[in-house]
Design a protein around this ligand. Sequence first.
Ligand SMILES: NC(=O)c1ccc[n+]([C@@H]2O[C@H](COP(=O)([O-])OP(=O)(O)OC[C@H]3O[C@@H](n4cnc5c(N)ncnc54)[C@H](OP(=O)(O)O)[C@@H]3O)[C@@H](O)[C@H]2O)c1
Length: 326
Amino acid sequence: MGRYAINGMGRIGRTLFRVLHQRGQLKNLIAVNDLMAKENLIYLLKYDSIRGTFNQDIQSTANGFSVDGHEIICFQQPNIAQLNWQQHAIDVVVEATGLFTHSSEMQQHVAVGAKKVLLTTFSKDLPSTIWGVNDQQDLTLVSPGDCTINCVAPLLHVVEQAFGIESAHINVIQGYTTRQQLIDAPYKGLRRGRAAAHSIIPFEVNIRPVLETIFPALRGKIETMSTRVPIPCGALADISLVLKKATSADRLNAFIQQKANHEMKNSVAITFDPIVSADVLGNPHSSIVDGALTRVTNGTHAKVLTWFDNEWGYSNRLADWLHKMR
Ligand SMILES: NC(=O)c1ccc[n+]([C@@H]2O[C@H](COP(=O)([O-])OP(=O)(O)OC[C@H]3O[C@@H](n4cnc5c(N)ncnc54)[C@H](OP(=O)(O)O)[C@@H]3O)[C@@H](O)[C@H]2O)c1
């Protein structure tokens, strides 16, 4: 059936917990590890400012907590080497602390008994495999990239197939995360240290090397940046493309719609409703194209805007990966 553990019960760990519950797969979650006290974790699982109250029966137990009678063992262990996944016959550990991204660090979970490890971001040294875009054979250590690339790469993949891409400029407008500051503080990327809820903050994002690996023909032809905005969740990727083949906004949308209905239906959707970021919260897709905003100028200069819930959409892809790796 697949036995899972999550290391790091922050935003992504807890969102994945809810996604697994929604999919009827919480019984596969055997253990979790974080630094916080168990009572604090139970509280944060139950009450969530973005997701609302989790209306299931959560009870503290001797070894962890139970959800509707299913017990999840709970550890507070900062050092992976001190965990014992073998004892709990864990098939896949989700490494969601954001700290252990080198393959040698991921491998520590295997050394203590896990069969496979699924990272929740880019690895420092492993190639990224983006759901629905590229593939990998050996699933021992999987680096599925972050929420941004899971939104952008499927869209580029679809457009590249039909029209060819000469060059791309991508700006991802996104809510703040725990890797920003609540009030001004020193930080090595100076703007990143500014109060997250006070300003629109231009951010460096380095998804370009991964995009260039996935789309080698675009090497040297992609620019990326992010703009963090004062909302706690939700994002919009603004993608400007120079296409090889001329098209119209209607034809571009029609092609995206066709892919969204078929082979990309897990990850890509298209809407023509006049939505705002709050409307995509809880949407399981990685990329929700706003068809009404698609523009094409002079046949080959296209702009596509595509929404995503950076937590919920991404955690749904993690759940897809878990199902594949189990
Ligand atoms: N948030 C998003 O929208 C998003 C989307 C896609 C991918 N990601 C990626 O997912 C990763 C996690 O992001 P997040 O937003 O979930 O961060 P987060 O909310 O800060 O969660 C990380 C959790 O791991 C805990 N932790 C720290 N050190 C640990 C250790 N040694 N062992 C076990 N637990 C430990 C943290 O505890 P403390 O708080 O006490 O340090 C925190 O609860 C990052 O790499 C991020 O880039 C995030």
